[in-house]
Design a protein around this ligand. Sequence first.
Ligand SMILES: Nc1nc2c(ncn2[C@@H]2O[C@H](COP(=O)(O)OP(=O)(O)O)[C@@H](O)[C@H]2O)c(=O)[nH]1
Ligand SMILES: [Mg+2]
Length: 457
Amino acid sequence: MTVPVFAIVGHPNKGKSSIVSTLSEDESVAISPVPGTTVENRHYPMAVDGETLYELIDTPGFQRAREALAWMRSHAASAVDRPDTVRRFVDEHRGDARFDAECRLLTPILEGAGILYVVDGSRPFGEDYEAEMEILRWTGQPSLALINMIGDGDYSDEWHRALGQYFRIVRVFNAMKADFDRRVQLLQAFGEIREEWREALEKAVHILREEHARRRSLAARVIAEMLTRMLSHVRRQRLAPDAVTGEVRSALMEEYKQDLAGMEQRCREEVEQIYNHHHLERHEALVQLLDEDLFAQRTWVLFGLTRRQLVATGALGGAAAGGVIDIAVHGASLLLGSGLGALAGGVSAWLTSDRIAEVKVLGHPLGGEQISIGPLRNINFPYVVLGRALLHQRLVEQRTHAHRGPLELSLQPVQLTETVTRHRFEKLFAKLRKQDAWRGDLVDALAALIEQQIAHA
Ligand SMILES: Nc1nc2c(ncn2[C@@H]2O[C@H](COP(=O)(O)OP(=O)(O)O)[C@@H](O)[C@H]2O)c(=O)[nH]1
Ligand SMILES: [Mg+2]
């Protein structure tokens, strides 16, 4: 099957490279507010598992369309002659600096690439564009027009009318915001412009859909593995005979927290890789919420469960069974039947970020003592981490590769809204807290639950 190839053409600075970047999922495409940034044709294949589904060619923008058209008009004998006249134009002006852009962008089209003509629908239509569209029509190649909305204005109606005279298919496509479904719709439209590409593009859509689901499943697994690792994390340190226990203990607790924060960072990187985002900037003002310290109170208020939710989840019951409640202090009142109120009060210390895991002083196998922190006992912690991970996954999935700069936090934090769901998670968290060795079945179950959450978001 021949791989469909599309040349993205248009005026300078109308978002051509942005569209190429989004459709090829390639963040290396040069995008810039400076016109003339793209000076050479570049080929960007969209490949899944090594198989190229389609290829996009980023081209420089038209520079002298009117002059070029004037030349062609004066050299074409009849309409039949038009594609050959364009060819002659390119042949005769190769190496002529004046028509460098025109020659470059027309070459792949004359070699059989489909045309994607890009305009900015936030700016008015102007006569300059007519020469560009006319030249493209002269090539006789199948074509489609895309209206990219860069600014706030909306001239899409007049653009639709103008483009409709030259292109059979005209679509509005926002390179920056296009979600997965939009991209798929566009590929389907590509399939309409040339019959022999239809099959290849239908197949591409099918593969991309599968890939979309596969990525969600992979991301869910990465998140599940991170949570599992966190829940069973332990750090130990031998106490020197003259050490001040309190100091060693706070230093070790700092390290323990850093371990957890590091696991979260690695999880994010892995999720970003899954979505072909290899150089995503995350450490900027807009990411505040995600980059804010995992243990900051604000983070916990936003992502963690409330005490009421935790009670409804059954987490507190599980906590009591897991020995989280200090029985020596609170056990008595429990036995005296003061009920859930007292239970919740006793557990409250474990709901906030400053009580993460149990700290014990134990004998060291080689003599003396050691401090041990972990495994993780905090009931709310996995929900905080899960909420942050789900939000991050969603932002990364929705982000087009044309989007440069830091991740933007335009969404509400993700919370598990249904009690039933929280209950399911809680059961797994409880089991994971108790596991002595890595239990694949629990990780699988957790990954499946997370995948459901991602799908329902
Ligand atoms: N807000 C917004 N800006 C865009 C969009 N598409 C492109 N731009 C910006 O417009 C400028 C030119 O984009 P680029 O893709 O390099 O255009 P090209 O010269 O046609 O290849 C860059 O600053 C882009 O960030 C869009 O859909 N929305
Ligand atoms: Mg460009």
